[in-house]
Design a protein around this ligand. Sequence first.
Ligand SMILES: NC(=O)c1ccc[n+]([C@@H]2O[C@H](COP(=O)([O-])OP(=O)(O)OC[C@H]3O[C@@H](n4cnc5c(N)ncnc54)[C@H](OP(=O)(O)O)[C@@H]3O)[C@@H](O)[C@H]2O)c1
Length: 261
Amino acid sequence: MHVVVTGGSSGIGFEVAKIYARRGASVSLIARNADRLETARREIEQYSAGATKVFVVPADAAVSAEISAAIKACEAAHGPCDILVASAGIVEPGWFHEQTAKAFEAQWRTNFTGVVNTVRDVYASMRGRGEGRIMIVSSAAAFIGIPAYAAYCSSKSALVGFADALRLEAMPKGVTVGICFPPDTDTPQLARELQSRPREAEILMGRIKPRRAEEIAVRLVTGIDRRSAHVYFTGSIAALALFGPLVRPFIEIWYRLKVGR
Ligand SMILES: NC(=O)c1ccc[n+]([C@@H]2O[C@H](COP(=O)([O-])OP(=O)(O)OC[C@H]3O[C@@H](n4cnc5c(N)ncnc54)[C@H](OP(=O)(O)O)[C@@H]3O)[C@@H](O)[C@H]2O)c1
């Protein structure tokens, strides 16, 4: 079995790759920074105690030619991709009126276009073989507007429409498309993000202890094993996903009272 993980050099993607390596799957990791990929490769091979060989290839998922070449290289090394975990993502909190168009677009290009590019590169072959599993990493931020997160929330919620539509196309061809919605998770991304998360966002999100990346990875992989369409991780995220249109107006009233406007 060949598992390709974008964003596999760090955080959630790295922990997912470790699980598959322990299972003896062939694992490929894609991210932009070659040194971090190489470190991840060594750590995962050590962790798997020789059960796997990890292939790494640097590429920017937002650049279609780069990610296509990277997927081709992974498949040349380990054979056709059986499972894709699209975990590559970035977040840069910032007030919409202050954030540059470049910073806004960078989040869309990685979080949305990057995922679509990657899925496109594995999907045709999965469809042809009548077998394959895709898991897209979105965020709980897909279900609720968070002040200073307009780029991130919008890019992550767009993934819901993409995954839900593609699932119906892919299902009759034997390909499953899942999407998962992690809460705050203790990763390098969260550490960077917290430095610029404004008070207003904290009010809306509340102070919840971040989950461990290992725990999120276990749930994510279980979702792939079960061919789950949606993985919510917590009861409150499931409630937001299922009853969002009902509860969001009350959350907005509560938020306005809290910030005094
Ligand atoms: N941590 C959280 O609290 C949290 C909560 C909800 C959702 N998520 C989502 O979970 C996913 C993983 O996040 P994480 O917290 O594990 O972050 P992380 O530790 O920063 O890892 C992100 C990974 O994505 C790679 N990456 C970023 N941009 C890329 C690009 N354009 N092309 C290819 N690779 C790229 C990074 O490597 P390079 O920088 O070397 O490219 C890194 O390997 C993201 O989609 C994130 O939005 C995270």
